[in-house]
Design a protein around this ligand. Structure first.
Ligand SMILES: [Zn+2]
Length: 322
């Protein structure tokens, strides 16, 4: 019995880059596998890590930006044929993520929409998203079973919207219990990622230890509270000074400060949370050759008395730590 983290992808932002996959992590707890975020290439990274799609139990989405959900369709649909056993279809893959926001956020004079896509439902939640995925792939789901055996498509997925709106509005600071079964307790809080509301961070507690995934956030007190005493904190990291040197102006950087945690801040987050190990992920800039791993670690680890690790695609950690 053990809990194992497998970092599947570590790139920040939607743009594909060479040498890093999009943000995704897997957590193996005994026989079950949980995935946090489904960025670019995550189904391939899942297979590449030697993980078994028949053991995929649940997917947790931090928020509904494309870099976190772009390969959710593949994560559900590619292994569909394997989702069966002696007793028929396997239990549906559970998908958890933010509910619809209360309203569509407005922009400002500089950053604003020109066209509103899907005006009837311009800000769908996770259940809406999965419903639309199934609708969009209805041809595959309805036609492929006519030529090869497929488990009942109706048993493929079950979605739970997480209502973190109250937390996002500051009405409560209490983490939402997302799931609590067979020794895995998952809790979430709303974090601060610009106008992406709600955006969530997740904490997993098992008999072997605890892991927290920041999602995308600026420095956030509720995340620090959620991560208290965790064994591992997987946290996104940006280097604003690099971006400044590469043409991002001050106004844009000020905006980004409401979206992301800078490399000079993340060590303080880990220290205040009292975690044992900080694993950097979802890098901005995302290109592996932009900033050496040692530099990320050196700068991120300032002010943190635990271990700082530059996350990379394929990194593994086993709990309890030996
Ligand atoms: Zn992101």
């Amino acid at each position: 019995m053990a809990t194992e983290l497998v970092v599947l992808g570590t790139a920040g932002a939607p743009m594909p880059v060479r040498g890093r996959g999009g943000i995704a992590s897997a957590l193996i707890v005994d026989e079950r596998i949980f995935v946090v975020d489904c960025g670019r290439g995550s189904p391939s990274a899942f297979a590449g890590a030697g993980l078994d799609f028949t053991r995929l139990d649940a997917v947790f989405l931090s928020h509904l930006h494309a870099d976190h959900i772009g390969d959710l369709p593949g994560m559900l649909l590619y292994p569909w044929g394997a989702r069966t056993g002696d007793d028929g279809p396997l239990a549906p893959i559970r998908v958890y993520g933010p509910s619809r926001p209360a309203s569509l956020p407005a922009g400002d004079a500089i950053f604003h929409r020109q066209t509103t896509i899907c005006p009837g439902l311009p800000a769908p939640g996770t259940a809406d998203l999965v419903g639309h995925i199934l609708a969009g792939y209805a041809y595959h789901l309805n036609v492929m079973p006519l030529d090869c055996y497929m488990p009942d498509a109706g048993a493929l997925v079950r979605v739970t919207d997480i209502d973190a709106a109250a937390a996002a509005e500051g009405r409560t600071k209490v983490p939402v219990v997302v799931a609590d079964d067979e020794g895995v307790r998952v809790t979430a809080v709303a974090v601060t990622h610009g106008r992406a509301v709600p955006a969530l961070a997740y904490r997993f507690d098992t008999a072997d230890g605890s892991l927290v995934f920041s999602g995308d956030t600026s420095v956030n007190e509720d995340l620090i509270a959620l991560a208290q005493g965790a064994d591992i904190l997987v946290h996104q990291v940006a280097d604003f000074s690099y971006l400044r040197r590469h043409g991002v102006d001050d106004a844009e950087l000020a905006r980004m400060a409401a979206l992301h945690t800078d490399v000079t801040q993340v060590g303080g987050v880990a220290e205040r949370a009292g975690v044992r190990e900080l694993i950097l992920s979802h890098y901005l800039p995302a290109e592996p050759d932009a900033i050496p791993e040692a530099e990320w670690v050196h700068r991120a680890g300032k002010g943190f008395s635990g271990t700082t690790t530059a996350g990379y695609d394929g990194l593994r950690r086993t709990l309890p730590a030996t």
